[in-house]
Design a protein around this ligand. Structure first.
Ligand SMILES: Cc1ncc(COP(=O)(O)O)c(C=O)c1O
Length: 187
């Protein structure tokens, strides 16, 4: 497995590849293949758990869109792709459930969604503090990092303090004789 270039050139800001140092070359549905031809079932990739890797319907739709020179980078400007997406979301998900929701489209990472959720909660509640639970991982931007349970990630900020979160144990984490909900309510 050729990993020298990856180790030499990629910054140290990486996580999963440290514990799983293989080079993947192919992905189809639930399976990933590394460059030695070994197959793995992917239990981890966020979006791929829902749709699989290179889902054939999605893949074809993306090829069709690209082949028309559809806009891929549009900042937050309006595009026909965004309109089609919102109309489909409304027809398929919202209307059948009687939901009258606004949509916030963050950047394409988990941590962007977490940042948006934190801000929305703070504005809606008028309070600052976020409660976060044992060993949670929410991403590496500053707001999401403040709510990340694992100290190793929080300490990798170059000395900037992360603030605005209280850390509480999951149910059962303190043993069977401690009711963590009581603890939560009395904090
Ligand atoms: C639960 C959870 N939230 C947020 C994130 C951050 O996502 P991203 O790395 O796309 O910013 C992850 C990534 O592993 C995650 O597992």
């Amino acid at each position: 497995m050729q990993t020298q270039t990856l180790e030499r050139m990629e910054s140290n800001v990486r996580t999963y590849s440290r514990s799983f140092p293989v080079v993947f070359t192919k992905a189809q549905n639930a399976r990933l293949t590394d460059e030695n031809g070994r197959e793995y079932i992917d239990f981890a990739g966020a979006g791929t758990l829902n749709y699989g890797h290179n889902n054939p319907h999605m893949k074809q739709a993306m090829i069709d869109y690209l082949s028309t020179d559809g806009v891929v980078h549009g900042l937050d400007m309006w595009t026909n792709a965004k309109r089609d997406y919102l109309e489909t979301l409304e027809e398929v998900i919202f209307k059948p459930r009687g939901l009258d929701y606004k949509v916030h489209l963050p950047g394409p990472t988990g941590t962007n969604a977490v940042e948006a959720a934190i801000r929305l909660a703070r504005v809606a509640k008028g309070r600052h503090n976020i409660v976060t639970f044992t060993n949670g991982f929410h991403g590496v931007t500053m707001g999401a990092l403040a709510t990340t349970g694992n100290r190793k990630f929080r300490e990798a900020t170059g000395g900037i303090l992360t603030q605005g979160a209280s850390f509480l144990p999951y149910d059962g984490y303190m043993g069977e004789h401690t009711d963590t909900l009581d603890y939560f309510e009395n904090c």
